[in-house]
Design a protein around this ligand. Sequence first.
Ligand code: SF4
Length: 309
Amino acid sequence: MKIGLIDVDGHNYPNLALMKLSAYHKTQGDNVEWYSVFGGQYDRVYMSKVFDFTPDYQYYVNADEVVKGGTGYALHGAGGDTYRQHDDKPLPDYIEHIMPDYTLYDIKNTAYGFLTRGCPRGCDFCIVGKKEGKKSVKVAELREFWNGQRNIVLNDPNILACNEREDLLLQLIESKANVDFNQGLDARLMTPDTARLLGEIKIKEIHFAWDRYPDKDKVLQGLQIYATFARKKPHTHIAIVYTLVNYDTTFEQDLERIYTLRDMGYWAYVMIYDKKHCAKQYRHLARWCNNRIIFAKCPDFKDYNHKLG
Ligand code: SF4
């Protein structure tokens, strides 16, 4: 078969589903390539769209069958009569658990994947609970998508909420790879044991999240535990806390979180909810806080001149 792939969001971040589909079809002896309007007729074209804010593919797709999938379609309903609705159904197990074809994006030394899916928190602004379930469940062993690469990027929504977190963290320690928990760890679930395990993983930059102001005590307690039991270990690293603004906090609460984190040795990273429609002050806040050089030079937001920024 001649298989075409379309990464509807663009190629800035590798699309895991497409890498797995590519791997699967190659094992079947199929010819797999990025779809091209000049590529003639395809037997099947897969279109994957992760984000709901990116526009859909605008052109005619010359294929016997077009399969659309991904959260970006499932959330808003995709396609017309000519498309078979994929409706974000999970990939079948024999594709879901295959080693991704990293050559698709010319990735040489980084593995991408999920060890867990789901999250029990149910934050209003987040789709994970609806999409993946309100429980964090182990879905893969590390070896499933990692075969010795120097770097591992994990997209897990809440690995610390998984009952098997210890086993998974041990696998990451044993890998000796640089690990990036890119979704932000749930500091509210930090215990001394978890912090010690995290401290043994090679992490250049660790990410936590503080989304809800009322969680202040639990978040700060978790960050304190991490600072006590893990951060002084040999793999000292930058510790970032994703800080959601423009959702249900006041600007004063946003500043308070930023200053509190800074005083604890963490670096707040402002994440703006609904960036497209937010007030200007949030853009200024992000430009000030998220640039480490500016933030170091100008520790107080009231002294920040956003015009010179
Ligand atoms: S804790 Fe994170 S992953 Fe879980 S629901 Fe909230 S934002 Fe989503």
